[in-house]
Design a protein. Structure first.
Lengths: 335, 335
DNA sequence: ATGAAAGCGCTAACAT
DNA sequence: ATGTTAGCGCTTTCAT
């Protein structure tokens, strides 16, 4: 690999001059600039980013931490982020984490080791926010699906509350009163907000909540299946179920089929997210669409904004609107 | 951020000693080691990776280039890779690419700028392999779904040929003779191999191929829909279709439904990949299962092997076996 | 066992 | 407009 010295020598100039042309400094005569550029091309030279970073304290890379789980959700968000930051010559280093401790460890190591200029954190179950706030003091961060505020952060969150409220209300409009809810992973921000929305819709309709109609899952299909089985085993089972995400809703549909319950006639089932499978299940799933890819793009734009120095003007919180997608599983005839 | 100097000063030793304890050098007295470690903890010191890298020429990071497309396939592979390399303290920097030029540009910049120690390349449509071979000379690389050989590479590929052969033969066993094929993106390695497998199965059964039964897609559902429509419009349309991936097969099923063709009675349809949606479509899709996550893990292990210096003993090529998954869309009764 | 010092490839004063 | 030089934070001889 050719270094700046090689270029300087071959071009007959000092390394400072070479550095200047690399960085497009105006204080280089057109003539020398051309000579240097030529040599750079000849030698196939590219500045060593590591060395550059050591000096400038900028790495031009953004750290990404996300939960280690097969998930259309996160995959698309990441894709969105990469797409936008890459255009601004930023690189992305990615880490997955199994649990919260893991998350924090990775987080800290990325931070302290000077590897990244900013981070986007998808830690939906984070709880120790005081520690986090302290660690991230003055570091550019965007939180996805977690509502935390640090000195230089913004939170990008889905409008879980209203989405959940809408879809639950839709169930109520179908005449249901005994509406079950399947929770996602414990402490998960999205799940909690969706639960709040569910509760709010019930309250609006004057339906009192019942613990009997709530079951716990962890966002997987299997957990949705189990949770639904539990719900169905009640003496007076719910006539409708709202699962905190589509995967669990699909599991619940399986459970209904297993018990020879017709969906939506015997039991209506709805979900949240609108993953690609949802339109194919039988019956097609009524759900709430989250524009995941767009969320990623927004996140990317925001972190870039933070890094560009205009920190003062960045939003603290962005709520992404969602949309009710009515299909068959709720009892509607036409999709 | 505390630096090695701060630690040295506070511990009353030289920076060399601190460096030694960081790197677990045995030539430090136990006593000093403890003192230094203590100060490190107090100061919350972590070695600056950038500076370390400048000196050692190792970045402990692996570059990943993958096609920018929503894809369960790539998302899972990436997840597999990250999982294994992270355990060995490697970081992953990810780039997506829209087209081949894009790919090569990113590739080169990652390489030359000294940002990564090795790379994994998912470039299924790469064609300019001479250039690639030259650029990657002596650089540790693993190719995924591309059969290229450079001086320090290994190719990890799916057993597309046999998978395609099996699923096509299965169709033949059902009595089909007019079997259509929907190609994936032009120049795509997987698609081409699957086509070869299809051809081989036909040949084995003494069925001559016909251009009339081939249509071109690009791996998307929409393209599968269009391709199938084209196929169905033949005067004597195929009685079975093998699409080069599941998404296109699903699109083909939609097309059949649109024309009121019963699947599998009027036309059998099979795919490749076994994406999660495939078991939910109506009828459930017969396909070939690719153990995507495991592919990722294998890729991770291989690149680590390359980086650990035991380059000589690394396999040049690894073929991942696949498995026929029989469901309903082929005409079988029980799944 | 420990320290001094050179240097990795680059940027950014400062000097000319 | 160009060159000299001092670091950035670390590792690694080479002394001691």
């Amino acid at each position: 690999m050719a270094t700046i010295k090689d270029v300087a020598k071959k071009a007959g100039v000092s390394i400072a001059t070479v550095s200047r042309v690399i960085n497009n400094s105006p204080k280089v005569s057109e003539k020398t600039r051309q000579r240097v550029l030529e040599v750079i091309r000849e030698l196939n030279f590219m500045p060593n980013i590591i060395a550059q970073g050591l000096q400038t304290k900028r790495t031009n890379t953004i750290g990404l931490i996300f939960p280690d789980a097969t998930s259309y959700y996160f995959a698309e968000i990441i894709r969105g982020i990469i797409g936008v930051v890459q255009k601004q010559k930023y690189h992305v280093v990615i880490s997955s984490s199994h649990d919260e401790n893991d998350e924090l460890r990775t987080l800290i190591s990325m931070l302290q080791s000077g590897r990244v200029d900013g981070m986007v954190l998808m830690m939906p179950t984070i709880t120790d926010s005081k520690f986090l706030k302290h660690t991230l003091k003055n570091f550019p961060v965007v939180f996805v699906c977690t509502n935390i505020k640090t000195s230089r952060s913004t939170s990008v969150i889905i409008d879980n509350f209203n989405g959940a409220k809408k879809v639950t209300s839709h169930l109520i409009e179908h005449g249901h009163r005994r509406i079950g809810f399947i929770h996602g992973s414990p402490n998960n921000f999205d799940s909690r907000e969706r639960y709040r929305g569910y509760l709010s819709a019930l309250a609006n309709a004057g339906i009192s909540k019942s613990e009997l109609y709530e079951a716990r899952g962890n966002f997987t299909e299997q957990s949705g299946f189990n949770a639904a089985m539990e719900l169905f085993s009640q003496p007076s089972p719910p006539t409708a179920i709202f699962a905190a995400n589509d995967s669990m809703a699909i599991g619940a549909i399986e459970a209904a089929k297993r018990l020879s319950l017709n969906v939506p006639n015997d039991v209506a089932i709805v979900g949240f997210d609108d993953i690609s499978t949802s339109r194919y299940v039988e019956p097609a799933l009524t759900t709430v669409r989250v524009p995941v890819f767009e969320v990623g793009e927004i996140v990317g734009k925001i972190i870039l904004k933070h890094l560009s120095g205009e920190g003062g003007s960045v939003e603290e919180k962005i709520v992404i609107p969602v949309e009710l997608v009515v299909r068959k599983s709720c009892g509607c005839k036409e999709s």
